[in-house]
Write a protein of this length. Structure first.
Length: 230
């Protein structure tokens, strides 16, 4: 019975692994001479998409909320969001940053970030796509449980399980693939130099799963940045 349970669990894990095949690659660079522990306040700029990527406003807002939430949870420092930065710098500079175009206001925030923070974070979604392909029919060898009856040395009737290899044919199937690529950067406010940058590329056999995938990108980035700040 124990063998049957173990075999069943192994088969379930194998099926799950095949049905949720995923790829992730992170490429990092950081300034080895920078004192990350000196960072006390960080501005978290809202994630943006490169021109040409199709998305809806709800999707963008969800990603932005997740990004800010992860920053607040993983970074042990004061976190300022972009709206707060606009308000604070509007007061300090004597100008209404809410009354000018988004890109122009963001440049003002970046140029004056040193007034209110030690660093700022920029996130850009470089690619986001949904594709599919057809996996052809295939035959694979799998284990099948069989049972047999035997009599022991005392004449008692016994049953036992054993496994044999049998061919199993799977029909063609459509495979949906979700992909996303993001560039995340941490800048020093006074020098304007990049002190930590990451390129995160992910693919997953799923349908339009960018939201969850971005969540993992966001959480991983702030977790690793947070470790350097401790």
């Amino acid at each position: 019975m124990l063998i049957r349970k173990i075999f069943g669990v192994m088969m379930l894990l194998t099926v799950l692994a095949v049905s949720t095949s995923a790829f992730a690659e992170k490429t990092d660079w950081y300034d080895r001479n920078y004192s990350f522990r000196s960072i006390r306040t960080v501005i978290i700029l809202d994630p943006t998409f490169v021109p040409g990527i199709s998305y809806d406003l709800a999707e963008l807002r969800s990603m932005q909320d997740k990004f800010l939430s992860d920053a607040g949870r993983q970074l042990r420092c004061n976190v300022i969001n972009e709206a707060q930065a606009r308000q604070m710098l509007s007061y300090q500079l004597g100008m209404n940053l809410n009354g000018i175009p988004f890109e122009q206001a963001r440049h003002v925030i970046i140029d004056n970030a040193y007034r209110i923070a030690d660093a700022w974070v920029l996130c850009q979604i470089d690619n986001m796509a949904n594709t599919s392909y057809v996996e052809p029919a295939r035959t694979v060898w799998e284990q099948k449980e069989e049972r047999r009856t035997y009599y022991d040395a005392w004449g008692n009737r016994r049953e036992e399980s054993y496994y044999v290899q049998v061919p199993v044919t799977y029909p063609p199937r459509r495979v949906d693939v979700t992909s996303i690529q993001a560039t995340l950067q941490l800048y020093d406010s006074r020098s304007g130099a990049v002190i930590f940058t990451r390129r995160d590329v992910r693919d997953r056999e799923d349908f339009q799963a960018q939201g969850g995938m971005f969540g993992r990108i966001s959480n991983s980035f702030f977790e690793d940045v947070g470790k350097r700040m401790r």
